[in-house]
Structures are given as structure tokens and as C-alpha cells.
Design a protein around this ligand. Structure first.
Ligand code: AMP
Length: 397
């Protein structure tokens, strides 16, 4: 039996097929430019990838293309569609309705629809993916796995903004937090790596990619997180500014005459590493420019690392100490330089990075020195695996 994991974006659909019991990856693919003339489908496992250029007018077509590849008698991963017992859908926003992954029924669909105003770019394609899979695989259990669910344990003092309380009561303006599936996965892996029960640990998990967030995890539970009402709050990111004085927004609108849409575009797509460096949102490009003497690029890298450091510092206080800091996602997993910048000078506070271990790449490991009071770990994230595990336990239940 297999579990299909679907991540539907506005014009893309990523999928992975995993064995339900062993969690082994048996197939994967990506449909891009769905809805446009030049759509394509890349599929197959590493080293055996194929590219089909074909018209995919919507997500229904994309799911059909995925199933064709997975069921292909020449080299497909499964023999019959009924072997796919369940589908796990990544859904960005579950609002306050979902604190765990849920089997999809009409009520769950209605709740995901209710959250569209909170995630206008993400929840609609997720719903389209759910509809397409329900139509093409009526026998399979459909499960929604929410980015926000892990953070539903935040206490009110952490999730409320100090705004008039009615804004929360009437409009649900509050911190939701995102990247929850990734934070949950790396927290679990960290406990396994440390050989200690998750429910006895104080962890700070740092998802550092193009989008960035940090979470304080006490006894396996998210107690604070840096992203808020939207994924704009918190850390400086690839193109997002993270937290700034909100009065900058009123100044841009009131004094510089910008519209709300322009401010949204400026803060979400033209800020962060890209905005400060003027070079790129990709850390590798910004670092290369810094190495070539570009001062703004150097400044952008320093601001990025400092932003992570400040958030870690905040959560050390909130947790009254920390057992381990876990780094994941594109930058967290790959950039030894940023990791070095984050922890540099923090030795008196118990963060002893091991230079040699820090330079290694590509697998779960401890990168702090023997005897470091706080352990520092790198854990490659695997949201698809976490989704498949949730789906497998719901299937078993
Ligand atoms: P993600 O959103 O998790 O895919 O992460 C994307 C970010 O990871 C981009 O800013 C990349 O520059 C960064 N990244 C990926 N590989 C490396 C690397 N080897 N060194 C530095 N940054 C990297």
C-alpha cells in the first residue's frame, strides 16, 4: 500500500509516493506552469528523471499526469490505482480549526475554504488538488496536513497581538505560525538524534530557507514561533523583510502615497536579502557578491545571521534555557558560513560550534563540540515524510 503526498501551489503540483509501512520513497514528480501553454511534468527518482512537455490546463490534469507516470507499465512505481490507499495534502492555513492532521470530509473542506481570506494564494490551490484527487481516486482516504496545526498549542499570551481585543474576537487577527510540519519533523528527529524523549526537551528549531521561521518547542509542543498572522513576520528572509516597525507601513501609505498592494509587494517580494543587497534573494549569490567585495551584500548576510541569532536569544529566555538548537532548510542545512555567523561569540553562553563538524554536508548530525552545554544540530527537513507518517497513522486508526 502506498501514500501519495500532494503539495499544490497556484501553478504547480509537487507529489511524492511513499510506501505506507516502510516510508520508502518510490516515486515523485513536479508539474509546473499548470494553467499555461508551456506547462511541463518532471517525474522519476533521482538519476532516472523524465521531462514531459504537455498541456496541463488545471490541477485535475496535473494529478492525472502524476497518476499516469506512477502507473506507467514501463517503470511506474505501482501496478494498480487501488494500491494508493491514501493521499496527504499539504494545506498552508487551517486557522484555529485544526491542531492536527485531519481526514477530509465536507466539513473539513468548508473549514479550509473559510481560511481562504487568511491564505488567499495557498488555500485555493490546495482545495483544487483535494477535489482532483477525490475525483480521480474515490477509493483513497484524503487527509489534510496543515502548516499551522503544530502552532495551535501557543498560549494566548504568545499568539495575541497587543491590539484591541475585538480584532481577535471578530476577525481572528492573531499569530498562527507556519512551517509547522517542518518544525515538528526536525524536533522529532532531534530527539531521536540526542537519544532523549522529546517531551523532556527544550528545543529551538530554525527553518532557514527562502522563507525563515524559528520556533520554541517545549516538551514537544510549540510554545512560540516567529511567523505570525502571515508568513511575513519574524526573521529577515530571501525577499521578505520580517518584523519591522509597523509605522513604516503607515508612512509608506500616508506620506509616500503607496497603495496597500504596493506595500505588500515591497515587503513580501522586494525586501530581505534581495532588498538589502540589491543582488539576489538566493544566499549563494549574495555570498558570492560579498566575497567579491560588495559591501551591501556583506551587510545583507550579516543582517540575515543576526536576525536568526536575536530570535534564538529571545527563545532561550522564553524557555529559560535550551537543550538544543536545530537548523534546517536550504540555508540551515547547507550554509556552514551562516551557521558560523549565527553562533560566533556565543561560547560563554554555552553554544560551542565544532568547526570540522560544521563544514560537513547533507546528513543529520550534531555540529556542536563534545561537551557543549547546548547541542547544535543540523537536520535536513522532510515535510513529505512527516505528511506520509501522519496519513499512515490515520489509515491505521
Ligand atoms: P529553501 O527555501 O529551503 O529551498 O532554501 C533556499 C535557500 O537556501 C536559498 O537562499 C539558497 O541560496 C540557500 N542555499 C541552498 N544551498 C546553499 C548552500 N550550499 N550555501 C548557501 N545557501 C544555500
Amino acid at each position: 500500500m502506498y501514500v501519495l503526498v500532494i503539495n499544490a501551489g497556484s501553478s504547480s503540483l509537487k507529489y511524492q509516493l511513499l510506501d505506507k509501512d516502510t516510508q520508502r520513497l518510490v516515486g515523485k514528480g513536479l508539474c509546473e506552469k499548470v494553467g499555461s501553454e508551456d506547462s511541463f511534468h518532471r517525474h522519476g527518482l533521482d538519476g532516472d528523471e523524465r521531462l514531459d512537455t504537455l498541456p496541463l490546463k488545471d490541477h485535475h490534469d496535473a494529478v492525472q499526469a502524476a497518476l499516469r507516470a506512477l502507473l506507467d507499465p514501463q517503470g511506474g512505481a505501482v501496478k494498480g490505482i487501488e494500491e494508493i490507499a491514501a493521499v496527504g495534502h499539504r494545506v498552508v492555513h487551517g486557522g484555529e480549526h485544526f491542531s492536527a492532521s485531519s481526514v477530509i470530509d465536507d466539513e473539513v473542506v468548508a473549514r479550509i475554504r473559510e481560511c481562504i481570506p487568511l491564505a488567499p494564494l495557498h488555500n485555493p490551490p490546495a482545495l483544487t488538488g483535494i477535489e482532483a484527487c477525490a475525483d480521480l481516486m474515490p477509493h483513497a482516504l484524503q487527509v489534510a496536513v496543515f502548516d499551522t496545526a503544530f502552532h495551535q498549542t501557543l498560549p494566548p499570551k504568545a499568539y495575541l497581538y497587543p491590539l484591541p481585543y475585538e480584532l481577535y474576537e471578530r476577525h481572528r487577527v492573531r499569530t498562527y505560525g507556519f512551517h509547522g510540519t517542518s518544525h515538528r519533523y526536525v524536533a522529532q528527529r532531534a530527539a531521536a538524534l540526542l537519544g532523549r524523549p522529546l517531551d523532556e526537551l527544550r528545543l529551538i528549531t530554525c527553518h532557514l530557507g527562502n522563507g525563515c521561521s524559528v520556533t520554541a518547542v517545549r516538551n514537544g509542543v510549540s510554545v512560540d514561533t516567529s511567523m505570525g498572522f502571515t508568513p511575513l513576520e519574524g526573521l529577515m528572509m530571501g525577499t521578505r523583510c520580517g518584523s519591522i516597525d509597523p509605522a513604516v507601513v503607515t508612512y509608506l501609505i500616508g506620506s509616500l502615497g503607496m497603495g496597500a498592494g504596493q506595500v505588500d509587494d515591497l515587503m513580501n517580494r522586494r525586501s530581505g536579502l534581495l532588498g538589502v543587497s540589491g543582488v539576489s534573494n538566493d544566499l549563494r549569490d549574495v555570498q558570492a557578491a560579498a566575497d567579491a567585495g560588495d559591501e551591501r551584500a556583506q551587510l545583507a548576510c550579516e543582517m540575515y545571521a543576526d536576525s536568526v541569532r536575536r530570535h534564538i536569544g529571545q527563545y532561550v529566555f522564553e524557555l529559560a534555557g535550551v537543550d538544543a538548537v536545530v537548523l534546517t532548510a536550504g540555508v540551515g542545512e547547507n550554509s556552514d558560513r551562516i551557521r558560523q555567523m549565527i553562533f560566533s561569540g556565543l561560547e560563554p553562553l554555552g553554544f560551542l560550534l565544532d568547526g570540522e563538524r560544521n563544514r560537513l554536508r547533507g546528513f543529520e548530525r550534531v555540529i556542536s563540540s563534545e561537551g557543549s552545554p547546548v547541542r547544535i544540530l543540523v537536520v535536513p527537513t522532510n515535510e513529505e515524510l512527516m505528511i506520509a507518517q501522519d496519513v499512515a497513522s490515520l489509515l491505521d486508526a
